[in-house]
Design a protein around this ligand. Structure first.
Ligand code: SF4
Length: 428
């Protein structure tokens, strides 16, 4: 049985250089910000320190009017002998929370870095609490610790923790599972396009409601909406699902290829897909042409941050005419990235991992027109006259699909346009 459904050979893909050293990336807790918006009846209880609470508060803003759907249980210093009390305390906090909030249908216990939290077995705690609240909701645990996860890996850990709760499919009838958090509006558009292509058996995981758990089995075909979900894919494959190898739905070409890869599983040709989606493609081409002029010919360097770097580099070079100085990404999973790597020019420098000092030295030497990087790195580079784009914006903004193409390109053109306006302003 071949688990990976590959469509292209990777013969001309650029070589991937590996670097090891210091990194500066947000931890997996950050993913709670977009996950809690997506799974609208889930609650994320971080077991952590004051630092974790501050990170969440400042990343999410303070929600004054809404009932919050995440919180931090702050764990004080304990020795191992005190851990039994910790478990009791956690049980008490969870019981109080659930008594107060009958709307919660899924509770995530989220681990963090402090040594006191590492001593606590949250997977066991989740299983114990599940026993206590079995008919009421599902409870699972995952790690958002900065020692183990970068910010997008938080989503991977979260989804992987839900896979054991997915029901088993009763038969092997092919059924598509789109995996990865998408904005509701993007899900709606994608559902419409799948219907146009005659693919009606489609699940989105995670769904907007925690109880909407798609069945999984040998008929399940996984189509990834996000490229950083290696552990989730591994867990789904163990349940019999097969991965459709495809580009990611970023840009017109990426989105078209994504639908074509899925449709091929349902016996639909690439030409038929192109014809069926001609209207949204034409609309996207028109919208993109207005933004492309600001990007064409500009040089671009990615620092390793979101794991979206390689698909974005493909879109920005192929469809926006930007030249790639370097594409660095925290991890390269060849089984998830083969199609994307094959679309980059052979001489593009692709770096896996991080060594912050040497990466910054290369940015300063190259002085690209635009550097895509983490928030903490952007300000010092801006102070040196370099233009930057925060990569975290890419996970907070709907960027997938045809109708979002111009918005996606706009995220990169805005810093360049602003710079031009400042230059004009300083002369007038
Ligand atoms: S999980 Fe670790 S890196 Fe993240 S906020 Fe808490 S202490 Fe900091």
């Amino acid at each position: 049985m071949t688990e990976l459904i590959a469509r292209t050979e990777n013969a001309n893909a650029p070589e991937v250089i590996t670097e090891r050293g210091e990194r500066a990336v947000f931890c997996g807790l950050t993913s709670i910000i977009w996950l809690h918006r997506r799974i609208q009846d889930a609650f994320f209880l971080v077991v952590g320190s004051r630092t974790c609470a501050h990170l969440l508060q400042s990343a999410a803003g303070v929600m004054i009017f809404a009932e919050p759907r995440f919180a931090t249980a702050i764990l004080g210093e304990r020795d191992l002998a005190g851990m039994a009390d910790c478990n009791e305390e956690l049980d008490r906090v969870v019981s109080e929370l659930l008594a107060r909030r009958p709307d919660i249908r899924r509770l995530f216990l989220v681990g963090s870095c402090p040594s006191e939290v590492i001593k606590l077995d949250l997977a066991n705690a989740a299983a114990r609490l599940q026993g206590d609240h079995d008919n009421r909701l599902r409870i699972s645990a995952f790690s958002g610790s900065g020692i183990e996860t970068t910010f997008t890996q938080g989503e991977d850990q979260c989804l992987a923790s839900m896979v054991p709760d997915l029901p088993t499919a009763q038969d092997a009838t092919p059924r598509l599972m789109v995996v990865g958090t998408l904005a509701d509006i993007v899900e709606e558009q994608f559902r419409r396009h799948f219907t146009q292509l005659g693919i009606n058996e489609v699940d989105f995981f995670p769904a907007a409601r925690a109880d909407d758990l798609p069945a999984v089995g040998p008929g399940t075909r996984i189509l990834l909406a996000q490229p950083y979900l290696g552990d989730t894919v591994g867990a789904l494959r163990k349940r019999g699902a097969k991965l459709i190898s495809a580009l990611y739905p970023l840009g017109i070409q990426g989105t078209l290829a994504w639908f074509q890869a899925a449709a091929a599983e349902w016996g639909c040709s690439a030409e038929t897909v192109q014809e069926s989606l001609a209207i949204p493609i034409a609309r996207a081409q028109k919208a993109l042409s207005r933004v492309r002029t600001s990007l064409e010919g500009k040089s671009l360097q990615f620092l390793p941050d979101s794991q979206l770097e390689i698909p974005l580099a493909r879109f920005l070079s192929e469809e926006c005419g930007m030249s790639l100085v370097e594409v660095a990404t925290p991890y390269v999973d060849q089984s998830l990235m083969a199609e994307e790597l094959a679309r980059l020019a052979e001489d593009v420098r692709v770096v896996e991992g991080a060594d912050l000092d040497s990466a910054l030295a290369r940015v300063r030497a190259n002085r690209p027109d635009l550097t895509v990087c983490g928030m903490g790195i952007a300000n010092p580079l801006e102070a040196e006259g370099l233009r930057t784009k925060w990569s975290i914006e890419l996970v907070f903004t709907p960027i997938q699909g045809f109708d979002q193409v111009a918005d996606l390109a706009g995220l990169f053109s805005r810093p360049l346009v602003r710079e031009r306006q400042l230059e004009v302003g300083s002369w007038s």
